[in-house]
Design a protein around this ligand. Sequence first.
Ligand SMILES: [Fe+2]
Length: 164
Amino acid sequence: MINGRIEWESEATFEQAADINAYAGGQKRSFAPIRSDVLRDVVEVVDHLREDVIGVESDALIGAHQIRVIAGDGVTGLPAPEGVHQDGFDIVATCVIGLTNVSGGVTTLTTDAAGQHVVAQESLGAREYAAFDDRALFHYVSPVNALVPGQTHRDVLVLTFTLI
Ligand SMILES: [Fe+2]
């Protein structure tokens, strides 16, 4: 985002340092292209965050990541297999874009890596998001299970912001 306008990069990989992400750090990860309806969700969330969280004068490199956690049939889904963590950005926004038959998936923000000092805890519904200072806070999302027997998934759009 430059001068308040989003400019899209056609291809990008995502990599986190190993000391930030012990689960997948140090690996270049590629993702499928984002559908146009999801791109509209990205624009909507960025518009919401621009004034109060990002700052209208700030330029930022924005990463958009679609994550589907699947559970059910005796399988527990793990939205945060690395445990309480930071993502390594200035700001992170976790946006729930779809919930199907989900029990669990509670988002917790803490001031410490051990997860002891909780500052916010919320079971986000569809079309709700949590935006936070990823340098100051740690986050975790509890495991996901089926509410009733059957297919279960939790679809999340994670937006990462590096201020430039
Ligand atoms: Fe994360």
